[in-house]
Write a protein that binds this ligand. Structure first.
Ligand SMILES: [Zn+2]
Length: 59
């Protein structure tokens, strides 16, 4: 979609991502590559996904 290689385009994409509530949550455990990406979800769903991504005992 957004294939413009300009740094400014990346910055704009980041800004848009913030505006639409797009997030990537990574597991804090060393060596664990689990991450959860979401956007435009309800606060409850965001919390659930964040918990899932950051609580290593649950995945
Ligand atoms: Zn993990």
């Amino acid at each position: 979609m957004d294939q413009q290689p300009e740094p400014l385009a990346d910055r704009v994409s980041d800004a848009v991502a913030l505006l639409v509530g797009k997030h990537t949550v990574r597991c804090p455990q060393p060596g664990c590559r689990v991450s959860v990406r979401y956007r435009a979800v309800t606060p409850d769903e965001a919390k659930r996904l964040t918990d899932l991504a950051t609580d290593h005992t649950r995945h």
